[in-house]
Design a binder for this molecule. Sequence first.
Ligand SMILES: *[C@@H]1O[C@H](CO)[C@@H](O)[C@H](O)[C@H]1NC(C)=O
Ligand SMILES: *[C@@H]1O[C@H](CO)[C@@H](O)[C@H](O)[C@H]1NC(C)=O
Ligand SMILES: *[C@@H]1O[C@H](CO)[C@@H](O)[C@H](O)[C@H]1NC(C)=O
Length: 347
Amino acid sequence: MVNLKSAWFVPLLAAAVLAYPAQEAKRFEKRDESFSTVPSQRFAIFAPKVVIISMFVSEQDVWLEPYCLKNNISIPGLSPLYPYIHCDSDYEVCQVTVGEGGFNAAATTAALVLNPLFDFTKTFFMIAGIAGINPYEGTIGSATFARFARFAVEALGEYPTSLYGTEVFELNADSDTAKIYRALYNYAPANQPSKAVKCDAAASEVWFTGSDLAESFGNFTALMTNGMGHYCATANEDNATLGALLRAALAKLVDFGRIVVMRTASNFDRSPPSTANDAVYGLLYANVGAFDTSLENLVLAGSPFVNDVIKNWEKYNDGRYAPKNYIGDIFGTLGGTPDFGPYGVAN
Ligand SMILES: *[C@@H]1O[C@H](CO)[C@@H](O)[C@H](O)[C@H]1NC(C)=O
Ligand SMILES: *[C@@H]1O[C@H](CO)[C@@H](O)[C@H](O)[C@H]1NC(C)=O
Ligand SMILES: *[C@@H]1O[C@H](CO)[C@@H](O)[C@H](O)[C@H]1NC(C)=O
Protein backbone atom coordinates (compact mmCIF):
# COMPACT_ATOMS: atom_id res chain seq x y z
CA MET A 1 0.00 0.00 0.00
CA VAL A 2 1.22 3.46 -0.80
CA ASN A 3 1.61 5.52 2.29
CA LEU A 4 0.43 9.04 1.52
CA LYS A 5 3.09 10.57 3.70
CA SER A 6 5.83 9.00 1.64
CA ALA A 7 4.21 9.79 -1.70
CA TRP A 8 5.32 13.44 -1.71
CA PHE A 9 7.61 12.72 -4.66
CA VAL A 10 4.82 11.58 -6.97
CA PRO A 11 4.09 15.08 -8.35
CA LEU A 12 7.82 15.59 -8.92
CA LEU A 13 8.00 12.31 -10.79
CA ALA A 14 5.03 13.29 -12.91
CA ALA A 15 6.63 16.65 -13.68
CA ALA A 16 9.87 14.94 -14.68
CA VAL A 17 8.01 12.53 -16.97
CA LEU A 18 6.19 15.44 -18.59
CA ALA A 19 9.39 17.42 -19.00
CA TYR A 20 11.24 14.47 -20.51
CA PRO A 21 9.71 14.67 -24.00
CA ALA A 22 10.62 18.34 -24.11
CA GLN A 23 14.24 17.50 -23.43
CA GLU A 24 14.16 14.75 -26.01
CA ALA A 25 12.71 17.15 -28.55
CA LYS A 26 15.54 19.56 -27.86
CA ARG A 27 18.07 16.82 -28.52
CA PHE A 28 16.39 15.78 -31.73
CA GLU A 29 16.44 19.36 -32.94
CA LYS A 30 20.18 19.09 -33.11
CA ARG A 31 20.20 15.71 -34.68
CA ASP A 32 21.30 16.86 -38.09
CA GLU A 33 24.36 18.67 -36.75
CA SER A 34 27.80 17.19 -36.18
CA PHE A 35 29.40 17.65 -32.85
CA SER A 36 33.01 17.36 -32.00
CA THR A 37 33.93 16.77 -28.44
CA VAL A 38 37.30 17.94 -27.30
CA PRO A 39 39.13 15.77 -24.81
CA SER A 40 40.56 17.89 -22.07
CA GLN A 41 43.46 17.50 -19.71
CA ARG A 42 42.15 20.38 -17.66
CA PHE A 43 41.66 18.16 -14.67
CA ALA A 44 44.71 15.98 -15.20
CA ILE A 45 46.68 15.29 -12.07
CA PHE A 46 49.37 13.06 -13.58
CA ALA A 47 51.76 14.07 -16.36
CA PRO A 48 54.34 11.26 -16.55
CA LYS A 49 57.59 11.94 -18.40
CA VAL A 50 57.99 8.33 -19.44
CA VAL A 51 55.46 5.54 -19.82
CA ILE A 52 56.88 2.05 -20.29
CA ILE A 53 54.55 -0.24 -22.18
CA SER A 54 54.88 -3.96 -21.42
CA MET A 55 52.91 -6.81 -22.94
CA PHE A 56 52.86 -9.44 -20.21
CA VAL A 57 53.75 -10.02 -16.61
CA SER A 58 57.44 -10.97 -17.01
CA GLU A 59 58.11 -7.85 -19.07
CA GLN A 60 56.28 -5.79 -16.45
CA ASP A 61 57.94 -7.14 -13.34
CA VAL A 62 61.52 -6.29 -14.33
CA TRP A 63 60.70 -2.56 -14.08
CA LEU A 64 58.81 -2.44 -10.79
CA GLU A 65 61.74 -2.68 -8.38
CA PRO A 66 64.46 -0.69 -10.20
CA TYR A 67 62.13 2.30 -10.58
CA CYS A 68 60.16 1.79 -7.33
CA LEU A 69 56.90 1.67 -9.25
CA LYS A 70 54.88 1.18 -6.10
CA ASN A 71 51.96 3.48 -6.77
CA ASN A 72 49.19 1.51 -8.42
CA ILE A 73 46.53 3.47 -10.26
CA SER A 74 43.49 1.71 -11.59
CA ILE A 75 41.64 3.26 -14.53
CA PRO A 76 38.66 1.97 -16.49
CA GLY A 77 39.43 -0.09 -19.59
CA LEU A 78 42.62 -1.85 -18.54
CA SER A 79 43.01 -5.60 -18.92
CA PRO A 80 41.46 -7.54 -16.03
CA LEU A 81 44.78 -9.38 -15.82
CA TYR A 82 46.70 -6.10 -15.45
CA PRO A 83 44.34 -3.74 -13.65
CA TYR A 84 46.93 -1.16 -12.58
CA ILE A 85 49.25 1.42 -13.99
CA HIS A 86 52.38 1.43 -11.81
CA CYS A 87 54.13 4.73 -11.09
CA ASP A 88 57.09 5.92 -9.05
CA SER A 89 56.58 8.24 -6.10
CA ASP A 90 56.86 11.38 -8.27
CA TYR A 91 54.55 9.95 -10.94
CA GLU A 92 57.26 10.75 -13.48
CA VAL A 93 57.87 7.18 -14.60
CA CYS A 94 54.84 4.96 -15.09
CA GLN A 95 54.41 1.49 -16.51
CA VAL A 96 51.37 -0.14 -18.08
CA THR A 97 50.89 -3.76 -19.15
CA VAL A 98 48.61 -3.97 -22.15
CA GLY A 99 48.20 -7.75 -22.31
CA GLU A 100 49.09 -10.01 -25.21
CA GLY A 101 47.68 -9.73 -28.71
CA GLY A 102 46.50 -6.80 -30.79
CA PHE A 103 43.06 -6.61 -29.23
CA ASN A 104 44.41 -6.18 -25.71
CA ALA A 105 47.13 -3.77 -26.79
CA ALA A 106 44.71 -1.50 -28.66
CA ALA A 107 42.03 -1.54 -25.97
CA THR A 108 44.38 -0.82 -23.07
CA THR A 109 46.39 1.84 -24.91
CA ALA A 110 43.19 3.62 -25.94
CA ALA A 111 41.83 3.51 -22.40
CA LEU A 112 45.08 4.92 -21.06
CA VAL A 113 45.50 7.82 -23.47
CA LEU A 114 41.85 8.87 -23.18
CA ASN A 115 41.83 8.92 -19.39
CA PRO A 116 41.21 12.52 -18.30
CA LEU A 117 43.36 12.21 -15.17
CA PHE A 118 46.48 11.98 -17.33
CA ASP A 119 48.21 14.54 -19.47
CA PHE A 120 50.37 12.65 -21.99
CA THR A 121 51.06 15.55 -24.35
CA LYS A 122 54.78 15.60 -23.48
CA THR A 123 55.17 11.98 -22.39
CA PHE A 124 57.71 9.63 -23.96
CA PHE A 125 56.25 6.19 -24.57
CA MET A 126 58.62 3.26 -24.72
CA ILE A 127 57.22 -0.03 -25.93
CA ALA A 128 59.59 -2.48 -24.26
CA GLY A 129 59.08 -6.13 -25.04
CA ILE A 130 60.88 -9.32 -25.92
CA ALA A 131 60.79 -10.64 -29.46
CA GLY A 132 62.09 -13.09 -32.02
CA ILE A 133 65.11 -11.83 -33.93
CA ASN A 134 66.09 -12.21 -37.55
CA PRO A 135 69.48 -14.03 -37.38
CA TYR A 136 70.71 -12.03 -40.40
CA GLU A 137 70.24 -8.76 -38.48
CA GLY A 138 71.06 -9.64 -34.88
CA THR A 139 71.33 -12.35 -32.29
CA ILE A 140 69.52 -13.51 -29.16
CA GLY A 141 70.12 -11.19 -26.23
CA SER A 142 70.30 -8.12 -28.52
CA ALA A 143 68.12 -5.07 -28.15
CA THR A 144 66.56 -3.56 -31.26
CA PHE A 145 65.39 0.00 -31.70
CA ALA A 146 62.99 0.60 -34.54
CA ARG A 147 62.43 3.46 -36.90
CA PHE A 148 59.72 1.55 -38.70
CA ALA A 149 57.25 -0.73 -37.05
CA ARG A 150 54.77 -2.45 -39.22
CA PHE A 151 52.59 -5.44 -39.59
CA ALA A 152 52.21 -8.04 -42.23
CA VAL A 153 50.71 -11.43 -43.03
CA GLU A 154 46.96 -10.75 -43.55
CA ALA A 155 47.78 -7.08 -43.48
CA LEU A 156 48.50 -6.12 -47.06
CA GLY A 157 45.53 -3.77 -46.98
CA GLU A 158 46.66 -2.21 -43.73
CA TYR A 159 49.21 0.42 -43.00
CA PRO A 160 52.65 0.44 -41.41
CA THR A 161 53.74 3.11 -38.99
CA SER A 162 56.92 5.09 -38.97
CA LEU A 163 58.35 6.29 -35.74
CA TYR A 164 61.32 7.88 -34.21
CA GLY A 165 63.75 5.58 -32.50
CA THR A 166 67.13 6.74 -31.28
CA GLU A 167 69.91 5.89 -28.87
CA VAL A 168 72.33 3.00 -28.86
CA PHE A 169 73.04 1.09 -25.70
CA GLU A 170 75.57 -1.33 -24.48
CA LEU A 171 74.39 -4.69 -23.26
CA ASN A 172 75.66 -7.55 -21.27
CA ALA A 173 74.06 -10.51 -19.48
CA ASP A 174 74.30 -13.74 -21.34
CA SER A 175 73.50 -17.36 -20.58
CA ASP A 176 75.60 -20.40 -21.56
CA THR A 177 72.60 -21.98 -23.27
CA ALA A 178 72.22 -18.89 -25.41
CA LYS A 179 75.90 -19.06 -26.37
CA ILE A 180 75.55 -22.71 -27.40
CA TYR A 181 72.36 -22.05 -29.32
CA ARG A 182 73.94 -19.13 -31.18
CA ALA A 183 76.79 -21.35 -32.30
CA LEU A 184 74.29 -23.52 -34.21
CA TYR A 185 74.09 -20.74 -36.76
CA ASN A 186 76.92 -20.76 -39.29
CA TYR A 187 76.57 -17.09 -40.11
CA ALA A 188 76.85 -13.66 -38.46
CA PRO A 189 75.46 -11.80 -36.66
CA ALA A 190 73.44 -14.78 -35.39
CA ASN A 191 76.54 -16.50 -33.97
CA GLN A 192 78.13 -13.32 -32.56
CA PRO A 193 77.77 -11.82 -29.06
CA SER A 194 74.69 -9.70 -28.50
CA LYS A 195 74.54 -5.93 -28.87
CA ALA A 196 72.11 -3.13 -29.60
CA VAL A 197 70.99 -2.83 -33.20
CA LYS A 198 68.94 -0.28 -35.05
CA CYS A 199 66.46 -2.08 -37.23
CA ASP A 200 62.75 -2.50 -37.59
CA ALA A 201 59.94 -4.50 -36.12
CA ALA A 202 57.16 -6.34 -37.88
CA ALA A 203 54.01 -7.21 -35.95
CA SER A 204 51.82 -10.18 -36.72
CA GLU A 205 48.56 -11.25 -35.19
CA VAL A 206 50.09 -14.55 -34.09
CA TRP A 207 53.51 -15.69 -32.88
CA PHE A 208 55.48 -17.13 -35.75
CA THR A 209 58.71 -18.97 -36.51
CA GLY A 210 60.39 -20.50 -39.56
CA SER A 211 62.34 -19.36 -42.59
CA ASP A 212 59.41 -18.98 -44.99
CA LEU A 213 57.43 -16.64 -42.78
CA ALA A 214 60.52 -14.80 -41.58
CA GLU A 215 61.72 -14.21 -45.13
CA SER A 216 58.27 -13.04 -46.17
CA PHE A 217 58.24 -10.56 -43.30
CA GLY A 218 61.60 -9.24 -44.44
CA ASN A 219 60.42 -8.85 -48.00
CA PHE A 220 57.18 -7.20 -46.94
CA THR A 221 59.00 -4.78 -44.65
CA ALA A 222 61.31 -3.69 -47.44
CA LEU A 223 58.39 -3.35 -49.84
CA MET A 224 56.26 -1.22 -47.50
CA THR A 225 59.11 1.13 -46.63
CA ASN A 226 60.47 1.55 -50.13
CA GLY A 227 63.54 -0.44 -49.12
CA MET A 228 64.37 1.76 -46.10
CA GLY A 229 63.21 -0.66 -43.43
CA HIS A 230 65.26 -3.65 -42.30
CA TYR A 231 63.06 -6.21 -40.66
CA CYS A 232 64.71 -7.74 -37.63
CA ALA A 233 62.28 -8.24 -34.81
CA THR A 234 58.89 -9.85 -34.42
CA ALA A 235 56.57 -7.73 -32.36
CA ASN A 236 53.06 -9.06 -32.00
CA GLU A 237 51.31 -6.11 -30.38
CA ASP A 238 53.18 -3.04 -31.61
CA ASN A 239 50.87 -2.56 -34.56
CA ALA A 240 47.85 -2.21 -32.31
CA THR A 241 49.59 -0.13 -29.63
CA LEU A 242 50.84 2.30 -32.27
CA GLY A 243 47.42 2.38 -33.91
CA ALA A 244 45.84 3.59 -30.66
CA LEU A 245 48.68 6.08 -30.08
CA LEU A 246 48.26 7.42 -33.60
CA ARG A 247 44.60 8.19 -32.98
CA ALA A 248 45.52 9.87 -29.71
CA ALA A 249 48.13 11.92 -31.56
CA LEU A 250 45.49 12.97 -34.04
CA ALA A 251 43.48 14.31 -31.11
CA LYS A 252 46.63 16.05 -29.83
CA LEU A 253 46.68 13.90 -26.71
CA VAL A 254 50.12 12.42 -27.36
CA ASP A 255 53.17 13.42 -29.41
CA PHE A 256 53.82 10.75 -32.04
CA GLY A 257 57.47 11.84 -32.20
CA ARG A 258 57.93 10.64 -28.61
CA ILE A 259 57.51 6.93 -29.13
CA VAL A 260 60.33 4.41 -28.94
CA VAL A 261 59.91 0.77 -29.87
CA MET A 262 62.49 -1.43 -28.22
CA ARG A 263 62.48 -5.20 -28.50
CA THR A 264 65.07 -7.46 -26.91
CA ALA A 265 65.59 -10.83 -28.54
CA SER A 266 64.48 -13.90 -26.63
CA ASN A 267 64.53 -16.25 -29.61
CA PHE A 268 65.35 -16.43 -33.31
CA ASP A 269 62.57 -16.03 -35.85
CA ARG A 270 63.90 -19.10 -37.67
CA SER A 271 65.83 -22.17 -36.59
CA PRO A 272 69.51 -23.02 -37.21
CA PRO A 273 70.30 -24.34 -40.71
CA SER A 274 70.93 -27.86 -39.41
CA THR A 275 67.30 -28.44 -38.45
CA ALA A 276 65.37 -29.71 -41.44
CA ASN A 277 61.76 -28.97 -40.57
CA ASP A 278 62.75 -25.74 -39.01
CA ALA A 279 59.39 -24.20 -38.15
CA VAL A 280 58.48 -27.22 -36.03
CA TYR A 281 61.92 -27.30 -34.44
CA GLY A 282 61.74 -23.63 -33.54
CA LEU A 283 58.30 -24.06 -32.07
CA LEU A 284 58.77 -27.25 -30.07
CA TYR A 285 62.39 -28.16 -29.46
CA ALA A 286 64.68 -25.16 -29.57
CA ASN A 287 66.42 -24.65 -26.22
CA VAL A 288 67.28 -21.04 -26.79
CA GLY A 289 68.18 -20.02 -23.24
CA ALA A 290 67.67 -16.33 -23.82
CA PHE A 291 64.30 -15.65 -22.17
CA ASP A 292 65.67 -14.37 -18.86
CA THR A 293 68.50 -12.54 -20.62
CA SER A 294 66.07 -10.74 -22.89
CA LEU A 295 64.00 -9.67 -19.89
CA GLU A 296 67.05 -8.33 -18.06
CA ASN A 297 68.10 -6.55 -21.24
CA LEU A 298 64.80 -4.67 -21.34
CA VAL A 299 65.97 -2.74 -18.29
CA LEU A 300 69.63 -2.63 -19.31
CA ALA A 301 68.86 -1.22 -22.73
CA GLY A 302 65.80 0.80 -21.78
CA SER A 303 66.86 2.50 -18.57
CA PRO A 304 69.56 4.75 -20.13
CA PHE A 305 66.76 6.24 -22.21
CA VAL A 306 64.33 6.53 -19.29
CA ASN A 307 67.00 8.05 -17.04
CA ASP A 308 68.12 10.49 -19.70
CA VAL A 309 64.61 11.77 -20.29
CA ILE A 310 64.13 12.35 -16.55
CA LYS A 311 67.55 13.94 -16.06
CA ASN A 312 67.50 16.15 -19.15
CA TRP A 313 63.80 16.90 -19.30
CA GLU A 314 64.33 20.54 -20.31
CA LYS A 315 66.56 19.55 -23.21
CA TYR A 316 63.98 17.08 -24.44
CA ASN A 317 61.44 19.87 -24.54
CA ASP A 318 63.38 22.71 -26.17
CA GLY A 319 63.07 21.17 -29.60
CA ARG A 320 66.68 20.09 -30.11
CA TYR A 321 65.74 16.43 -30.32
CA ALA A 322 62.70 16.97 -32.46
CA PRO A 323 62.69 14.30 -35.15
CA LYS A 324 63.65 15.43 -38.64
CA ASN A 325 62.23 12.45 -40.46
CA TYR A 326 58.60 11.99 -41.42
CA ILE A 327 56.56 10.81 -38.43
CA GLY A 328 53.28 9.04 -38.75
CA ASP A 329 51.47 6.38 -40.67
CA ILE A 330 51.40 5.43 -44.33
CA PHE A 331 48.35 7.60 -44.99
CA GLY A 332 49.91 10.81 -43.71
CA THR A 333 47.12 10.99 -41.11
CA LEU A 334 49.11 13.34 -38.89
CA GLY A 335 50.11 15.60 -41.77
CA GLY A 336 53.30 15.70 -43.80
CA THR A 337 54.21 13.38 -46.65
CA PRO A 338 55.16 9.78 -45.91
CA ASP A 339 58.50 8.81 -47.42
CA PHE A 340 57.30 5.23 -47.81
CA GLY A 341 54.26 3.40 -49.09
CA PRO A 342 52.01 4.09 -52.07
CA TYR A 343 51.08 7.61 -50.93
CA GLY A 344 54.66 8.66 -50.38
CA VAL A 345 56.94 10.83 -52.47
CA ALA A 346 58.40 7.76 -54.16
CA ASN A 347 55.00 6.63 -55.41
C1 LIG B 1 50.41 -3.13 -7.12
O1 LIG B 1 50.66 -3.84 -8.31
C2 LIG B 1 51.56 -4.91 -8.18
C3 LIG B 1 51.85 -5.49 -9.53
O2 LIG B 1 50.69 -5.57 -10.33
C4 LIG B 1 50.99 -5.94 -7.23
O3 LIG B 1 51.90 -6.99 -7.07
C5 LIG B 1 50.71 -5.28 -5.90
O4 LIG B 1 50.09 -6.20 -5.03
C6 LIG B 1 49.83 -4.06 -6.07
N1 LIG B 1 49.73 -3.38 -4.80
C7 LIG B 1 48.57 -3.08 -4.25
C8 LIG B 1 48.65 -2.36 -2.95
O5 LIG B 1 47.51 -3.34 -4.79
C1 LIG C 1 46.92 -4.73 -36.58
O1 LIG C 1 46.11 -4.11 -35.60
C2 LIG C 1 44.74 -4.11 -35.88
C3 LIG C 1 44.06 -3.46 -34.71
O2 LIG C 1 44.62 -2.22 -34.45
C4 LIG C 1 44.21 -5.50 -36.09
O3 LIG C 1 42.86 -5.44 -36.50
C5 LIG C 1 45.00 -6.21 -37.15
O4 LIG C 1 44.57 -7.53 -37.27
C6 LIG C 1 46.46 -6.16 -36.82
N1 LIG C 1 47.18 -6.82 -37.88
C7 LIG C 1 48.20 -7.59 -37.65
C8 LIG C 1 48.77 -8.31 -38.80
O5 LIG C 1 48.66 -7.71 -36.56
C1 LIG D 1 61.94 -12.63 -50.82
O1 LIG D 1 62.47 -11.86 -51.87
C2 LIG D 1 63.53 -12.50 -52.56
C3 LIG D 1 64.10 -11.49 -53.54
O2 LIG D 1 63.09 -10.89 -54.30
C4 LIG D 1 62.99 -13.75 -53.24
O3 LIG D 1 64.03 -14.42 -53.93
C5 LIG D 1 62.41 -14.69 -52.19
O4 LIG D 1 61.81 -15.81 -52.79
C6 LIG D 1 61.37 -13.93 -51.34
N1 LIG D 1 60.98 -14.82 -50.26
C7 LIG D 1 59.72 -15.19 -50.02
C8 LIG D 1 59.50 -16.13 -48.90
O5 LIG D 1 58.77 -14.77 -50.65
